[in-house]
Design a protein around this ligand. Structure first.
Ligand SMILES: O=C(CO)COP(=O)(O)O
Length: 249
């Protein structure tokens, strides 16, 4: 188990209306959570950032699920880091596999978004991960290292960065990576950071695992030395998120 502070994020994706958000907020606000031990983040759809920020425990980070790479302009339908901050958000998830694969975002664009979000003063949570066919072709490392490089090249202040490794084949499928499979990739990513950024950054940067995390599998995943927490989708909409947050408690 690492000395890095445990970190659990709930990516609500495009789910829930205000009344459901209120229930989730109540759940988290009333739960027994040791915030000295675990950092907690929730990521509602951007429309609800303000609403969630007003109501949730101030110790909980509030993240947008995406943003664009400039502060303002003629980009119909998009939002900027300045707007996220204005609505009380302090983090943004970037490069989620659904952004990459459903909305066609490139490594290059994700790198540019990381750069602008950091320059705007947000913390960033960039996501990387291979598809099933890439894993089966033995290309997992090649893919995640390439994704990581486009992100890392745009980061100056690593204290504002938490990485999520989310194998695409494990997202929303009920197929979690085994603790060993996840640990292996996390260890390789940390080695990559040591060689390509610095040993200090490799030692201090949290690498979260995401992909079908549940209360049932979180505890064992959380014992792996290079897994520093989770980015949770489906289970973050249910009461079990509290058990996942407390997986190391
Ligand atoms: O995409 C994810 C979190 O960002 C993971 O989603 P699930 O936990 O639903 O598999």
């Amino acid at each position: 188990m690492s000395q890095r502070k445990f970190f659990v994020g709930g990516n609500w994706k495009m789910n829930n209306l205000k009344k459901d958000n209120e229930k989730l907020i109540d759940l988290i606000n009333n739960a027994n959570i040791n915030y000295d031990q675990t950092e907690v983040l929730v990521s509602p759809p951007a429309l609800y950032l303000d609403f969630v920020r007003q109501k949730i425990n101030p110790q909980v980070h509030v993240a947008a699920q995406n943003c664009y790479k400039v502060e303002k302009g003629a980009f119909t339908g998009d939002i900027s880091p300045a707007m996220i901050k204005d609505c009380g958000g302090d983090f943004v998830i970037l490069g989620h596999s659904e952004r990459r694969n459903v909305f066609g975002e490139s490594d290059q664009l994700i790198g540019e978004k990381v750069k602008h979000a950091l320059e705007s003063g947000l913390n960033v949570l960039p996501c990387i991960g291979e598809k099933l066919e890439e894993r089966e072709a033995g290309k997992t490392e090649e893919v995640v290292f390439r994704q990581m490089k486009h992100i890392a090249d745009n980061i100056k202040d690593w204290a504002k960065v938490v990485i999520a490794y989310e194998p695409v084949w494990a997202i929303g499928t009920g197929k979690t990576a085994s603790p060993q499979q996840a640990q292996d990739v996390h260890a390789q990513l940390r080695k990559w950071l040591a060689s390509n950024v610095s040993q200090a950054v490799a030692d201090s940067t949290r690498i979260l695992y995401g992909g079908s995390v549940t209360a049932a599998n979180a505890k064992e995943l959380a014992t792996q030395p290079d897994i520093d927490g989770f980015l949770v989708g489906g289970a973050s909409l249910k009461p079990e998120i509290v058990d996942i947050i407390n997986a190391r408690a």
